[in-house]
Each structure stands twice: as C-alpha cells, then as structure tokens.
Write a protein that binds this ligand. Structure first.
Ligand code: SER
Length: 322
C-alpha cells in the first residue's frame, strides 16, 4: 500500500484529489498538507492533516519521515492571472516549492506527481491539436514556471532517477473548491452565477476556445499516471491530457438548455484575454492515450448537467434543472 502526502491539499485540485486518494489507498495512508490551517470537516475527519509551506523543504522532509511517505503529489502554484500580477512571488512559490519537493523526493526516494498546464505553451505553439512535443515559448510568468518545472522534473529523472511524472492540465472545472486567479476560471464561475443570479459577465471574448476538463477526469489522470507501468512511459513531464474544448458561448448555450433565461454578457479583461489567446485551443493527447491508457469520460453536456445538479441543490435553485 502506498503512503502518500498531498502538498497543496486544500486547493482546487487538492481538496478533491486528496479525498479520492484516501478512497483508493486508505484514509490513514494519505496525508493532507497545506499552508492554510482551515479545511473541510471531511478532510480533517477522514485522515491526517498537517500545515506545510511548500517552500520549507526541511518541514516537508520531516513529514515524509514522520509518515513514512513514498509518494508526493505536489500541487501548490500561483495561477496564470495572479502570477502576472506578482511574477516574483510566482517564481518563488512555483519553482522554489517544486525544487524542495524534487530534493525531498531524491533524498527519500519518493515518487512525485507534478502538474504542468496548457500554460506551458505560448503564442508560437500550434493552437489546434497541439502536439506533445512542440514549441514551448510561453510569454507569462505562470508559463515560464511551468516549462521550467517540466525541464527540472525531466532533469531529476534523468540525472537522479527520481520517479517524477506529470500532465499538462487544461482548465479544470469543479464544484467543491474555487480556483484562484486563473484564466480558465470563468468556466467555473459561470455555473455558480447561473444558479445564483441567472446572469454572468464573461472576461474572455466570444470565440476564445480553450481546452477544459471536469474534475473527476483530472483526478483519474493524476492517479492513473502515477499507477502506470514506468516501462511504457516514453514521456514523463508532462503529458498533454485533453477532454473538451469550448468557447464562452458554448458553455452559455449548454447552461441555457437547463436554465433557459440564463444570460451572458462580456466585459473583456485584456490581461486574461491575451493569456487565453496564447494557449492551445485543443491539445493532442495521443501520447497519454498510448503510453498509459488515458481516456476522458466527461464532455460539456454531461459536465454541465452535473455541475448544475450539484450547485442547484447547494443554492436551492428552483426545480427546472434536469
Ligand atoms: N487553470 C490555469 C489557469 O488558468 C491553467 O492551468 O491559470
């Protein structure tokens, strides 16, 4: 049985991935670590919880020792729009935290999962069917840290034999924990606003197609990749994974099938629009499919029905949701 530590466990991905890992590997075997002291009751009651600043390598090493950890999921990061506002802090957190995790993984012989992103691509990259191996010259600090992270992880694998693996996540849509300061966040907020106000103002313009994924598929990707036979992995950091591609007007239309009077307007944020315009519309994920059997389950229509079902119940939205 694996013994896992999730760093950044209370963030958008961590809050659901940690509970999913506890289901698979046993509650006591999955430590939730985060810089924030507050977490959900379910997180606290279902397994060990620790406070961890991911840039504190000594503390990370002591937790690995204390719980005899053999696998780390390293999730902390500043997202794209916040990283543009605070580039120095983004470098410190995204790269400093990763370096500490790699060092602990090297010294303590832990496997390590590190998410990369569509943000690792830039304006020179082909935007449709973006190849697994292609030009990566991002023009955002978030992207710079993601490409650097991919290279550093490959280096630690090649040079020190660290079993580090990662995927390039698209925008992740979920209903448990809000993302903070990303360019794809509109595709989460839109569902909350749809059930609470029936109107939404989008910060990206029509036609802004981006790769997106529903959280259950993101969790499956992370766990399946870490379970994959290493002999089959030609790539490691990081695999393109894709599930759906849509523009704001598509998600609006999908919501209107359930909430006919839902309305969307636009107020473009130039910073996030420029970031979106430099990212893939749809990645080619054939390497992930071939090397470890990646296959997404959720599309826009099914995800929309599920998001509205859950949020509708939470915010007591009247019954026409189906
Ligand atoms: N969701 C992230 C962002 O928008 C991309 O990985 O910053």
């Amino acid at each position: 049985m694996k013994r896992i530590l999730v760093s950044g466990a209370f963030g958008q991905i961590g809050s659901e991935l940690t509970l999913a890992l506890r289901q698979v590997y046993g509650n006591a075997n999955v430590v939730a670590a985060d810089i924030r002291p507050e977490c959900s009751q379910e997180m606290r009651d279902s397994g060990p919880v620790e406070v961890l600043d991911c840039t504190d390598g000594k503390l990370l090493a002591s937790l690995v020792e204390k719980y005899r950890i053999d696998s780390i999921y390293h999730l902390p990061a500043l997202l794209s729009a916040v990283a543009e506002a605070q580039p120095q802090r983004a470098w410190h957190l995204n790269m400093g935290g990763l370096m500490e995790a790699l060092e602990v993984a090297r010294e303590r012989k832990c496997a390590l999962f590190v998410p990369s992103s569509i943000g690792a691509f830039g304006p020179g990259t082909p935007r449709d069917d973006t190849p697994q191996d292609t030009i990566q010259r991002p023009n955002t600090m978030y992207g710079v840290t993601k490409v650097s992270g991919e290279l550093l992880c490959d280096y630690y694998h090649r040079r020190f034999g660290v079993d580090v693996r990662g995927v390039r996540f698209p925008g992740i849509i979920s209903h448990q924990t809000l993302p903070g300061g990303g360019t794809t966040d509109y595709a989460v907020s839109i569902y909350y606003e749809a059930v609470r106000k029936r109107r939404f103002t989008c910060f990206l313009k029509p036609g802004s197609f981006l790769d997106m994924m529903y959280m259950p598929d993101a969790i499956k990707a992370a766990i399946d990749l870490m379970e994959a036979d290493p002999a089959r992995l030609k790539h490691r950091n990081a695999f393109n994974v894709s599930a759906m591609s849509f523009a704001p007007e598509d998600i609006c239309a999908a919501i209107q099938k359930h909430i006919p009077d839902f309305q969307m307007g636009y107020q473009i944020d130039p910073v996030r629009q420029a970031i979106a315009d430099s990212w893939p519309r749809h990645m080619d994920d054939s390497a992930a499919r071939a090397e470890w059997g990646w296959k997404p389950v959720w599309d826009l229509a099914r995800m929309t029905a599920d998001m509205l079902r859950v949020l509708g119940a939470r915010y007591s939205f009247p019954t026409q949701l189906g």
